[in-house]
Design a protein around this ligand. Structure first.
Ligand code: 3PG
Length: 306
């Protein structure tokens, strides 16, 4: 089988080597389309692929129609808002993700952003410490759990809100349970977002939640830009000069931030939460293994489409 890795943001070379080993050891062929610049390149590469590994690359109906032989697509990562699942099902293609494999990398970046901000962008100016501060984890999945573990090391007071997760999971991670998002935002100076982008979360973080945060509030977004109501965020920034926003995905309204809110935000140059060699290796190998296993045994454990 021909297994195509199509990544606009390439995996680390060490990850590719290990993906190749998994693929070759089962008698399949690995083809790479890395750092591609146009959809046309993707369309042409996917034409004769039996399996596809992607990261945040858009897997659209157009791509799926061009992929005449495709049987399985695996998102090497957690969020699968980039994959048209209904179109996969229509084409009889199995879609999977690799949950948890890159979560530690994302959680570490959350603290990187927080430290950078708290220490005045490493300018040498007097900053503030994280210890003793409250942090709220909004959505307690794999990344949320790592954030809770790291926050303990920093001596922070950790809260979490996730209506889909049992209290025991939150409590055993050393965090306190909040019963509502409103409670979480009211209690926590730092709030870190860890939900997927879907029809119930898009634009769900708005004025009402953000405005209620304590003084010197900091919102950290290593999830998706789409979950923020950006008009509301700008309103909060206008009404609360003490409010900061740290994001791994710059907002669509970036120009407004550049013009009006200098010093109150940090945006990474490119989405880089999962961009570590370890995360690339973990997610890449998991994706390759899931594919060879699917071809060998039909295992659909990580299937995300119906
Ligand atoms: C994920 O959903 O797994 C993360 O957002 C990582 O995305 P990336 O593979 O594009 O870095």
């Amino acid at each position: 089988m021909k297994i195509l890795v199509a990544t606009e943001k390439a995996f680390a070379p060490a990850a590719i080597e290990q993906i190749r080993e998994v693929v070759i050891s089962e008698g399949h062929k690995l083809v790479l389309l890395e750092n591609y610049k146009s959809t046309a390149e993707f369309l042409s590469a996917v034409k004769d692929a039996d399996a596809l590994i992607v990261r945040s690359d858009l897997v659209t109906p157009e791509i799926l129609s061009a992929a005449e032989k495709l049987r399985i697509v695996v998102r090497a990562g957690a969020g699968y808002d980039n994959i048209d699942l209904a179109a996969c099902t229509e084409h009889g293609i199995v879609a999977m993700n690799t949950p948890g494999q890159n979560s530690n990398a994302v959680a570490e970046l959350v603290f990187g952003l927080m430290l950078y901000h708290a220490r005045g962008a490493f300018s040498g100016k007097t900053g503030k410490e994280l210890r003793g501060n409250t942090i709220g984890i909004h959505a307690f999945g794999h990344v949320g759990k790592y954030v809770a573990a790291i926050s303990r090391g920093f001596g922070m007071i950790t809260y979490a809100y996730d209506p889909f997760v049992h209290d025991n999971v939150i409590v055993s991670s050393g965090a306190k349970v909040c019963r509502s998002a409103e409670e979480l935002y009211s209690k926590c100076r730092y709030v870190s977002l860890h939900m997927p982008a879907n029809s119930s979360t898009v634009k769900s973080i708005g004025y009402d939640l953000l405005f209620r945060m304590p003084p010197d509030a900091v919102l950290i977004n290593s999830a998706r830009k789409e979950i923020i109501n950006e008009e509301d965020l700008i309103r909060v920034f206008n009404d609360r000069p003490d409010f900061s926003y740290l994001a791994d995905i710059e907002p669509d309204c970036r120009a407004v931030f550049d013009e009006k809110f200098k010093g109150r935000f940090v945006f990474t140059a490119k989405k880089m939460g999962a961009q570590t060699e370890e995360a690339n290796i973990n997610a890449g190998i998991a994706a390759a293994r899931q594919i060879v296993d699917y071809f060998k045994t039909g295992n659909e454990k990580f299937r995300i489409n119906k």
